[in-house]
Design a protein around this ligand. Structure first.
Ligand SMILES: *Cc1c(COP(=O)(O)O)cnc(C)c1O
Length: 376
């Protein structure tokens, strides 16, 4: 089978290998068969090990849905009655976490901080000191809208000092930027299969402490379908998801996990890093500027300022590149006037070099000046 290879520079779903794509083509199987449960059991353990957790202490709980589902699950399931969640809010994804709290009417503190720098630890500590009823601190590892890295290890330590659990949204770092549950003070993290793991959409997972999940059995049941304890309990008792799993997507994720292990944590992170370096280089050559200081970036997303050029038209540049097999991505609300180039997926430096050739042609075709012009 000859499958056209597209280079996705959007923040997930990412470019996948053909072996992962083809792993979905399997004989039909009812997911209630033991054979399928055994496949998921292996995957669940491997998912914990990617974050260097001990499967006796931490469990991976799979869900059928996109990554936002895991944010929803952690927030609605892990807050005891009468306690507050503290949302460290410094980007588009933590803004989404705040919206989730509002949707459920969860008692929460929306600690809104500057979107262009790592979370201010002093502000977080002061908030924790003033709110001793905080039971859960939530932060985003890589704020994917801007590519901003948050100090999760320090945030987790603060949460623990003040007696709260720490939930880190690692959706856009997991299986790329190395994570260590214990060392990084993470009680719960999450991801979806189509980002760092380079598998397919439709499978997401929460990884976290078994003792906390077991305690959460008695917390208010705020969602029927998206409750963490319920899904965990079903896995523990039967090895299955409570409701129908994304069968073919699970097979692809298992193949992607094999490929993750073959590449290795360090080699994979080194590859994403050299891809990002090639993106920085290509942007610099065109005079394009980024919004977040280099040392504050998570190393996976470049949020680029659109040039102050009347000929600049994101959609036209996008379409030119898209027709040639390269996908670029608009910015997020709150970072208006930006577009994004990401280093996720099964790509390497030559793909980025090929992209910048096409991108430069796109700028020429649209009449955008190179080097890029800015008013300031
Ligand atoms: C991608 C992403 C999500 C999940 O987004 P979905 O579109 O629901 O898959 C959540 N958090 C972060 C930080 C992300 O990058």
């Amino acid at each position: 089978m000859d499958i056209k290879r597209n280079i996705l520079l959007n923040p997930g779903p990412a470019t996948t290998t053909d072996t992962v794509k083809l792993a979905q083509v399997v004989p039909d199987i009812c997911p209630r068969e033991k054979e399928f449960a055994a496949q998921m059991a292996g995957l669940r353990e491997d998912l914990v090990r990617v974050a260097h957790g001990d499967p006796a202490k931490y469990a991976a709980v799979l869900f059928c849905g996109s990554g936002t589902l895991c944010m929803d699950v952690c927030l609605n399931s892990l807050l005891p009655e009468g306690k507050k969640a503290l949302i460290v809010h410094n980007g588009a994804y933590s803004a989404r976490a705040v919206e989730i709290c509002r949707s459920y009417g969860l008692p929460h503190i929306d600690l809104e901080l500057s979107y262009d720098r790592p979370a201010d630890l002093a502000a977080v500590e002061q908030t924790l000191r003033e709110n001793p009823d905080t039971a859960l601190v939530y932060a985003t590892h890589n704020e994917t809208g801007a590519g901003l890295l948050n100090p999760i290890r320090e945030l987790g330590a603060l949460a623990h000092t003040y007696g709260a659990i720490f939930v880190a949204d690692t959706t856009s770092t997991y299986a790329m930027r190395p994570i260590n549950l214990e060392a990084d003070n993470i009680d719960f993290c999450m991801a979806s299969a189509q980002k760092g793991l380079m598998a397919m959409t439709g499978l997401s997972f929460v990884i976290g402490r078994r003792d906390v999940i077991e305690a959460s059995r008695d917390y208010p049941r705020r969602s029927y379908y998206c409750n963490l304890w319920r899904q965990y309990d079903c896995f523990e008792r039967t090895g299955e998801m409570e409701f129908t799993p994304p069968v073919q997507t699970v097979y692809a994720a298992i193949q992607a996990m094999k490929e993750y292990r073959a590449e290795g944590e360090r080699a994979k992170w080194a590859r994403h890093t050299r891809v990002m370096d090639a993106i920085h280089r290509g942007l610099e050559e065109l005079g394009l500027r980024e919004t977040i200081r280099r040392e504050w970036q998570a190393g996976l997303v470049a949020a680029v300022r659109c040039p102050d050029d009347p000929s600049w038209d994101f959609q036209k540049v996008h379409d030119y590149c898209y027709e040639r097999g390269f996908t670029i991505y608009p910015g997020k609300v709150g970072t208006a006037g930006t577009f994004r180039l990401c280093a996720l997926g099964a790509i390497d430096v030559p793909d980025i070099e090929a992209f910048f050739q096409v991108f430069r042609q796109a700028l020429d075709a649209c009449g955008v000046a190179v080097p890029a012009r800015y008013q300031d």
